[in-house]
Design a binder for this molecule. Structure first.
Ligand SMILES: Nc1ncnc2c1ncn2[C@@H]1O[C@H](COP(=O)(O)OP(=O)(O)O)[C@@H](O)[C@H]1O
Ligand SMILES: [Mg+2]
Length: 368
């Protein structure tokens, strides 16, 4: 039995602009019908990758294959990909049906066939019968769906989406995350989605590549990246984390004791990373891994314990936080339990925090 070819393969894809390397030997495969995201800070090279895949920009080296065939010699309008940009660029002078049918008309499809395709697409995006409306009669979210439908009727092998939610307000963005995932499933199309917003990537993607300074740091599921970050960049970029810098004071296999530069002793793990005594290290601990107690004895079973006082309580529903100031004056963010047992805490109150060392994630610091 042969495994089906992935829809998209990038192989050591590289782009240099003069002396600077915007994309540096990036390799990945996107499984047919899956939702693949590239997540990274602004300027790390995401759009450059998309433009190379779409054919608007020639790679300096490396290869791009769609369904197993190199497309480097294929002009952009002949590549089986379509791109949705941050600014949707619907044609304001055309009605919705003409917007969706635009690409099909250019392909020379007959009017009745176009009408059928447009109706079908409107059905799929949950907006049946709105073909005659003008663009400015639609809400932001509806425009977004129309922009996607306009690409989907062309039946691309791969749909490229470059921060398509970037221009929307927060509430609509939350809603569109669910919507986009549903559209991707409904059209059964391969999505390559780029964003600097981790919550978009975490919610929608089957696979996420975290990108930094032109390179992929780690590729995996949202859970892999969140619970098993392989680099300090990923640990810091995906999800919230408290972080400390210090030096390894004791190492027993992967279990470490780290003395922070602020004088605290922390336990941490470093699965597969072989830190040794004396190494400079950075430790990450998720706010939800830390327990709070007013009585230090309640934390006796934890191997890492710090006493401090309450700096702030940030009420934000299920994601409420307590910020604890440690003896060095640094902040530790702790997720407030749902029970309400700490609802009475006030600023300045003495408080203790503790966690189990295997919840701490330590990385070698490259700079001494
Ligand atoms: N046409 C270009 N000429 C020179 N430098 C460019 C060009 N396009 C992008 N860059 C540079 O490449 C890097 C990556 O840009 P880009 O891919 O747009 O990042 P992102 O989409 O992740 O924000 C940036 O440093 C940017 O300034
Ligand atoms: Mg960009």
């Amino acid at each position: 039995m042969t495994t089906p070819l992935p829809d998209l393969d990038c192989d050591a894809l590289t782009k240099r602009f003069g002396a600077s390397t915007a994309v540096d030997h990036v390799s990945f495969s996107v499984r047919a019908g899956s939702f693949f995201s590239i997540l990274g800070p602004s300027g790390c090279g995401k759009t450059t990758i998309m433009r190379m895949i779409a054919g608007f920009l020639e790679p300096s080296s490396g290869d791009i294959r769609i369904k197993g065939r190199s497309v480097l010699d294929v002009p952009p309008n002949k590549r089986p990909v379509n791109m949705v940009f941050q600014h949707l660029a619907l044609f304001p002078m055309m009605n919705i049906a003409d917007n969706i049918g635009y690409g099909l008309r250019r392909k020379g499809m007959t009017k009745p066939a176009i009408a059928r395709k447009v109706d079908e697409a409107l059905e799929r995006i949950g907006l049946p019968g709105i073909g005659a409306r003008r663009v400015d009669e639609l809400s932001g979210g509806q425009k977004q769906r129309v922009a996607i439908a306009r690409c989907m009727v062309l039946e691309p092998d791969v749909l490229l989406l470059d921060e398509p939610l970037g221009a929307l307000d927060l509430k609509l963005r939350e809603h569109m995350k669910v919507e986009l995932k549903a559209l991707q499933t409904a059209f059964d199309t391969t999505f390559v989605y780029i964003t600097h917003d981790q919550s978009e990537a975490l919610v929608m993607s089957d696979t996420i590549a975290v990108m930094n300074a032109g390179r992929f740091e780690q590729m995996g599921t949202a859970r892999d990246l969140y619970y098993r970050p392989q680099t300090a960049f990923v640990a810091g970029f995906v999800g919230d984390a408290n972080r400390w810098q210090g030096r390894v004071a004791r190492a027993e296999g992967e279990a470490l004791e780290i003395k922070t530069d602020t004088g605290l002793m922390l336990r941490a793990a470093s699965p597969g990373r072989k830190l040794t005594v004396g190494d400079r290290a950075e430790v990450f601990v998720r706010p939800e891994a830390i327990r709070l107690a007013e009585d230090a004895a309640e934390l006796a079973h934890f191997d890492t314990r710090i006493s401090g006082h309450v700096a702030t309580i940030l009420f934000n529903g299920a994601a409420s936080r307590v910020i604890v100031t440690d003896p060095s004056g640094a902040d530790i963010g702790v997720t407030l339990p749902q029970s309400g047992e700490f609802a009475h805490l006030t600023r300045g109150a003495p408080i203790h925090v503790g966690w189990s060392g295997d919840q701490g994630n330590a990385f070698v610091m490259t700079r001494p």
